[in-house]
Design a protein around this ligand. Structure first.
Ligand SMILES: Cc1cc2nc3c(=O)[nH]c(=O)nc-3n(C[C@H](O)[C@H](O)[C@H](O)COP(=O)(O)OP(=O)(O)OC[C@H]3O[C@@H](n4cnc5c(N)ncnc54)[C@H](O)[C@@H]3O)c2cc1C
Length: 339
């Protein structure tokens, strides 16, 4: 364990400066019982690509570095593979696909670790990791034991799972994820940018490369322009509210959810509210090609990014009467979520 003060700048993709009181690198399962003896509260990080420290953190940042993978079961149709939580997600996607274990191709190039993937049920281009999760292995800090949570116990939803709930944040450390993948390649091409006229002949490698190319053309590389991907979730609103809004905004896009509700792209709301490309003197800003992506142009403190995020939430609320909420985990000075 390293103590006081730890600059978190290298540990998050926003590359903002904030200090933590202590840092604990988790390399092997034998270290798990030591976690409850560290300065509390704890926050577990993988690559820090979906988290914003809005202030210093008076607690321990646990960096997950558990590595390894194991095929548990394989037949002609499916394979069950157990992946340690510290593995790099994109490398795993490439490796699985190259081995003939299919399904993850649309999730290529999502930054981060295997262990963080179930937390917000990562998704892209019509696919979510929940589609493949068999079980999640956790260390339960409350009961000081390893447990296996079956898929249904994880309560996956849109960018959501039990691991995101405030009451579980100090409870579960994800140590491994078991996926059930297919031995047959069935490309999901519902996203317009991925479909072509080669559906029949498209190889897994070609699909993976297409996903990477689409992402590289749309999203800023956090190494060059620090960011955490989509900062906000797409809000769900009542159809009655949509109808009222459409009188003022006839082009307002939406996706059907059920008979009573629709999902509205947060990017459209933010762009219409004038936030695309916004820049603040602090160094906090919004990517010029995508209104959903907050960026650190250099020198921004976590609280500057947070202030801009609050301004954006208030702007959308004032203009549309819609509340947008962060997808990114916000961490305040007291170690609790700012949400
Ligand atoms: C450029 C860019 C593009 C992105 N695109 C997408 C996208 O298309 N789809 C998508 O869903 N996300 C996307 N993201 C968000 C991010 O990549 C994912 O949420 C990813 O899973 C985060 O992984 P991480 O290891 O960096 O997690 P971190 O940021 O380190 O952690 C995220 C959250 O998970 C918790 N956590 C992490 N590891 C563990 C663990 N082992 N046990 C318990 N809790 C843990 C943390 O406490 C935190 O609350 C994008 C981010 C960036 C920067």
């Amino acid at each position: 364990m390293t103590s006081m003060p730890i600059d978190l700048h290298p540990y998050t993709s926003f590359k903002t400066h904030a200090n933590a009181t202590a840092l604990f690198e988790l390399h092997c399962r034998d270290q798990l019982p030591e976690l409850s003896r560290q300065r509390q509260p704890l926050i577990v990080l993988g690559s820090g690509s979906n988290v914003l420290f809005a202030d210093d953190y008076d607690g321990t940042v646990v960096v997950n570095r558990l590595m390894g993978r194991e095929v548990l079961e394989e037949d002609t149709d499916t394979v069950r593979v157990k992946l340690s939580a510290g593995e790099n997600w994109h490398n795993i996607v490439c490796e699985m696909s190259a081995k003939g274990y299919y399904g993850l191709e649309n999730l290529a190039l999502i930054p981060g670790t295997v262990g963080a993937a179930p937390v917000q049920n990562i998704g892209a281009y019509g696919v979510e990791i929940a589609d493949f999760i068999d079980s999640v292995e956790v260390f339960d800090l409350q009961h000081q034991q390893i447990q296996t949570l079956e898929r249904s116990a994880c309560e996956f939803g849109y960018r959501d799972s039990i691991f995101k709930r405030p009451e579980n944040r100090q409870r579960y450390v994800i140590i491994a994820v078991t996926l059930r993948l297919s031995r047959q390649f069935t490309p999901i091409l519902t996203y317009r940018g991925l479909s072509g006229d080669d559906g029949e002949t498209l190889t897994p490698k070609a699909l993976l490369e297409r996903v990477v190319a689409v992402r590289q053309s749309k999203l800023p590389d956090p190494e060059k322009l620090p960011n955490a991907g989509s900062f906000f979730k797409n809000p769900v609103i009542a159809r009655t509210q949509l109808k009222t809004l459409q009188e003022r905004y006839p082009d307002m896009p939406f996706f059907d959810i059920d008979a009573d509700s629709v999902k509205v792209p947060a990017a459209w709301l933010l762009e219409t509210a004038g936030f695309k490309g916004a820049q603040r003197d602090s160094g906090a800003g919004v990517y010029e090609k995508h209104a959903l992506i907050l960026i650190n142009r250099g020198g921004a403190h976590g609280r500057d990014i947070y202030a801009l995020a609050q301004e954006m939430m208030a702007g959308v609320k004032a203009q549309f009467g819609i509340e947008i909420t962060p997808e990114v985990r916000l961490v305040g000075g007291d170690g609790l979520s700012c949400e």
